[in-house]
Design a protein. Structure first.
Length: 286
């Protein structure tokens, strides 16, 4: 009965938080299109902040669900499980409650309407032939390296005993570098043949599933193949590649408005981050 209650809580949280994730996808796509010069009259440099904020809006619900499920699964009764769920889901709604308040809307301009025009020279590449560009590669590498610093902070706060051991990090560098190169090469050469959107969707699902399987195998003492630098790289790249690729398309709405592609990926990311949190809570690293 308790397991059924936990699955119910996960499903209800997912229904609500996947909406936040989809908004994050939309923000990242629009901001990257602005940054890449597809629209005129916008500050391209400032638009990179929109990509970063969209990334956080997309990724935070994943870890909120992961942390929430740790509390729900540890509850001693079904009632406690649902009480933990209600308390945590309330926290995620604080920002929406503030924006919905009439006084706040009168004090601050909360209008989200944005009007842009295509650049004269930014007629997008023909459909199906969009490529994984050098800009995308550079941004993904820089952002993955930044996320490794966040990973280091998490390991330090959790008290992982090898976090200050240089040898532990050096042992992971060859695989980390190889994975980073392979991911970008697959995106580049795959986009030459299939188009970057199709390759990105497959890659996002594949790398998230690889992490998911790796964590489960370690949690059940089958094999320990987890390297923190590599798994963080895979998760981050899985989140980044789809919106960056959709932004390159002449018509990104084919992906953004698809009723199953982004929603399915969002649920897979939620499951992956839930298992990530489970693994992190058990071994103090992930």
């Amino acid at each position: 009965m308790h397991l059924l209650a936990s699955f119910t809580c996960f499903f209800l949280m997912g229904l609500q938080l996947t909406n936040e994730m989809l908004e994050g996808f939309h923000k990242m796509v629009f901001s990257w299109r602005c940054f890449s010069g597809k629209y005129s009259g916008v500050c391209q440099t400032a638009c990179i902040m929109g990509v970063l904020l969209g990334f956080f809006q997309l990724s935070m619900p994943c870890y909120i669900v992961g942390l929430s499920m740790q509390l729900v699964l540890r509850a001693e009764s079904v009632l406690d499980a649902f009480m933990n769920y209600v308390a945590l889901i309330f926290i995620t709604e604080i920002d929406n409650s503030l924006i919905a308040n009439r006084i706040v809307r009168k004090l601050f301009d909360t209008s989200s309407d944005i009007h842009v025009q295509y650049s004269v020279d930014a007629t997008a590449a023909s459909e199906g032939n969009e490529l994984w560009t050098l800009d995308m590669t550079v941004f993904s590498v820089v952002w993955i390296i930044f996320c490794q610093s966040l990973n280091f902070c998490c390991l330090t706060i959790a008290g992982f005993h090898r976090v200050m051991d240089p040898q532990w990090w050096l042992e992971q560098l060859p695989l980390f570098a190889a994975v980073l190169v392979v991911l970008n090469l697959v995106m580049r050469f795959g986009s030459l043949r299939l188009g970057v959107e199709q390759v990105a969707l497959v890659m996002a699902a594949l790398v998230t599933t690889i992490c998911l399987i790796g964590y489960i195998l370690h949690l059940y003492d089958v094999v320990d193949a987890i390297q923190s630098l590599t798994t963080m790289t895979l998760f981050t790249f899985g989140i980044l590649c789809v919106p960056l690729s959709a932004a390159a398309a002449a018509n990104p709405f084919a992906v953004l408005h698809c009723p199953y592609r982004l929603p399915s990926l969002s649920w897979l990311l939620l499951i992956g981050c839930t298992v990530w949190t489970w693994h992190f809570n058990t071994f103090k690293y992930a």
